[in-house]
Each structure stands twice: as C-alpha cells, then as structure tokens.
Write a protein that binds this ligand. Structure first.
Ligand code: ADP
Length: 311
C-alpha cells in the first residue's frame, strides 16, 4: 500500500496569455475549479496508475471538500482517513496559467492547517504494511515528521517532496529515504548551490549527489521540467549512482501538478518493487503525459496511457 499524507486544495485556475506583473490586471481566457493540492494530486496519480492508495489529510465541510473527496475516490484512493474539519474552509490554490503552460500559484491552507500528529497516530493501521509513504510540505512540519517516523516504523520507503520549499529539520531529512526536488528546490536545500544544466556531464551531478549525501540523503531525484530528471542514488545495487532520465517529448499545455504526477507515479512503482532509476523513468513519462491536458488530477494518465507511450 501507498500512504499519502498532506494537503488537499481546490485549484481555482484562470488561463491567461501571460502571467500578470505586480499591480497589473489582466483579462483571462477561462476559469475552472479543479481538485488539487500536492498530496491529493500525488494520491490520484498513484491511484490512476493502479496503486492501492490511502490519503490522510483534512478538508472543510464545503463543496470544495466534497469535490476533492469525490475526485480522489474516483481514482480508487481510500479517502476514509481524510478528516472533515469544522469551522474552517477547504484549502484553496489560486492558479494562473499562461499560454506556455507556465504557472504562478497562491495558497490558503484552510483545513490543511488543522492536520496534526494525532491524525497520523490515529491512522497507524493504515501505515502497517505500507510499502511507500509520500510526503510534501503543504502541512505543518511536525505532522510531516510524525508521518515520516510512522513510515520508518512500518518499514516503508519514505518519499519526501520538498515542496513548497521550506528548510527542514535534520531529523526529517534523515527519516526520508528518497528526496524529490525540482532544480530550484534542490538549489535551495543545498544552500544556494548551482544545479547543473541540461547539458551537464555526469561528474557535475556526482558533486550534487555528494552534497545530498552530506545531509544523510542517500537517494534523491531532481526533476528538470522539460529536460527530464536525474536520479542520484548512493545505494544503487547496480552501482549506478547518477542516472539521467531523458525527457519525454510532448506538447505541454499545463504543467500544473507535473511534479506531483512524478511523485505519485514514483511511489506507485517503488511500492510495486521497482528500483529507483526504473521507477523514475516510468514517472518521467507519466509526468510528461500529465502536462498535455489542462487541469491537474483530471489530466493524469492511466497505466494504459503510460504503457502505450513506453511501447
Ligand atoms: P515541478 O512541477 O515540481 O516544478 P518539474 O517542472 O521539474 O517539477 O516537472 C516534473 C516532471 O514533469 C519532469 O521531471 C518531467 O518528467 C515532467 N515534465 C514537466 N514539464 C515537462 C515538459 N514540458 N515536457 C516533458 N516533461 C515535462
């Protein structure tokens, strides 16, 4: 089983030609309300790919909460551990997407801010027998830490998506088995270190791997948007410590949630017993396909979609 702990948000998205400048008002080209939130997205991505997924989090008693539960359930995700919080609205993300598929996002945590370590403790039975635990930073750090420890105790592979970026306590980094970051988050985590560009030699990534290892992070995946991703694995059984995953060529129309599709797909494949580099190659295809349609969860590919692209 895959346990995803964290956020559920309603994404309020407006499509525009370009992103607004400070103080500027732009005319949009359409508005939609979609289910989102990094953890809900990761759960749906894993569920659509055939994973047995449980989601732990909180929503308010409002229509956005109903929408989020329905969307996750439709992907086969067990939502029985998503608490309905009183007197607080469901989390919301106000998203702007430009004509190139680039986005800018503002979030109000709402019910996500009520997730506490006691919610993790109450779900101990869900962690028992979990193969993978998926975490991001859209809920309180102490709850993320509690979930990471629960994952460690259950013998699960703990995936930590360092997004949205925040400095994390050493203990949390240590509890994570696989760190997932985009290039920007990787740089921030490593104190502003330069992250190699798309044409970089493996040796430059070897330097990055050693830096992560200094933080007791033996395994990390750095996603590079349209340039694919890089797997840094100090524990690789085949000794391949740096693996470049080539990008999947697609016409991207909306990259919102691409990183979450990657994380959910990676968790699904790791839970199924695949090695990290193999799982990342699969996740890279799933995430690329997710950018080819508008929206987030509704754009996530099924197992058949990914297999067709791999064939
Ligand atoms: P985030 O959305 O977290 O910032 P990235 O932008 O790095 O993360 O995207 C995550 C993954 O999604 C990439 O590693 C890649 O597999 C896929 N992806 C994102 N954008 C594109 C694109 N334009 N073309 C192909 N794949 C993409």
């Amino acid at each position: 089983r895959i346990v995803v702990v964290g956020s559920l948000n309603a994404d309020l998205t407006i499509y525009t030609e370009r992103l607004p400048n400070p103080g500027e008002t732009l005319q949009g080209e359409g508005f939609i309300v979609n289910p989102g939130g990094k953890s809900a997205n990761q759960a749906v991505a894993a569920g659509r790919l055939g994973g047995d997924v449980s989601l732990i989090g909180a929503v308010g008693r409002d229509s956005n909460g109903d929408m989020l539960l329905a969307s996750a359930a439709a992907a086969g995700v067990d939502v029985s551990r998503v608490r309905r919080a009183d007197n607080v609205e469901t989390g919301v993300a106000v998203v702007t997407v430009d004509a190139h598929g680039e986005n800018s996002i503002v979030i109000s945590a709402g019910a996500n801010g009520t997730v506490v370590p006691a919610d993790i403790a109450a779900a101990k039975d869900v962690f028992d027998g979990a193969a993978a635990v998926c975490l991001c930073l859209e809920i309180a750090l102490e709850s993320v830490e509690a979930a990471a420890r629960a994952g460690n105790d259950a013998g699960a592979t703990v995936l930590l998506n360092l997004s949205p970026f925040a400095p994390v306590p050493e203990g949390l980094a240590e509890a994570a088995d696989v760190l997932l970051v985009n290039a920007h988050e990787a740089s921030q985590f490593l104190g502003g270190a330069d992250i190699p560009g798309p044409e970089a030699e493996a040796g430059e990534w070897e330097t990055v791997r050693l830096k992560f290892a200094e933080h007791r992070l033996d395994r990390a995946v750095v996603t590079l948007g349209a340039h694919g991703s890089v797997v840094l694995d100090s524990l690789a059984e085949d000794g391949r410590r740096v693996t470049r995953i080539a990008p999947t060529k697609v016409d991207a129309v909306d990259t919102t949630g691409a990183g979450d599709a990657f994380t959910g797909a990676l968790a699904a494949r790791l839970a199924a017993g695949e090695a990290l580099a193999e799982a990342a190659a699969f996740a890279s295809v799933a995430a690329a396909l997710a950018t080819t349609r508008k929206g987030t969860q509704a754009a996530y590919p099924s197992l058949v979609d990914v297999q067709a692209r791999l064939a």
